[in-house]
Design a protein. Structure first.
Length: 169
């Protein structure tokens, strides 16, 4: 029997974008909310780039659907830092199936690690921004990780560029 997901998917039809990470952090798992570590820039970045009209708290994640935003992870039944995850924790096939079913306009991987798992390529071969590959009709974007653990790689630029494409004007 497959274990329960650490965090539920936040998916529906007609979404502009689905953010996809690797797995819930230990703090997110304990809080029962995505991107719950106070050092994570996810919620501030959504607000600062105009993807949400106000600064939301992690426990408000279900309200993202009201803004055309969904959430999921590649490893739904595992938690922790990327280094603690094994290759068998990821389920790229299930992720692709979800994207085919819900068909958002965009999928944005919230780290090069998540994108590398999806593309089955080393992280150094992954570039930030829009990707040539699509999933059905869904375009793919790769973002710098908002995690506090990835501070040295942080750049809001690719997030702002994505916001400009998702919410032009």
């Amino acid at each position: 029997m497959k274990p329960d997901p650490i965090l539920p998917d936040l998916l529906s039809t007609h979404l502009s974008i689905v953010f996809c990470g690797t797995a819930a952090s230990d703090k997110s798992a304990a809080a029962g909310a995505y991107y719950a570590n106070p050092t994570n820039r996810f919620w501030r970045t959504l607000f600062n780039t105009g993807l949400t009209p106000s600064l939301m708290q992690p426990q408000q994640f279900p309200e993202l659907l009201n803004h055309g935003i969904g959430l999921t992870d590649l490893a739904k039944c595992a938690q922790g830092v990327d280094a603690a995850l094994s290759a068998t924790d990821y389920d790229v096939h299930a992720f692709k199936n979800k994207i085919h079913v819900f068909s958002p306009q965009w999928v944005a991987f919230t780290s090069k690690k998540a994108a590398s798992v999806f593309f089955d390529q080393p992280t150094h071969q992954i570039c930030y921004g829009m990707q040539a590959k699509v999933i059905g009709e869904t375009h793919i974007w790769v973002l710098p990780s908002p995690s506090g653990a990835a501070t040295r790689y942080w750049d809001i630029g690719p997030w702002a560029a994505l916001a400009g494409v998702v919410r032009p004007g």
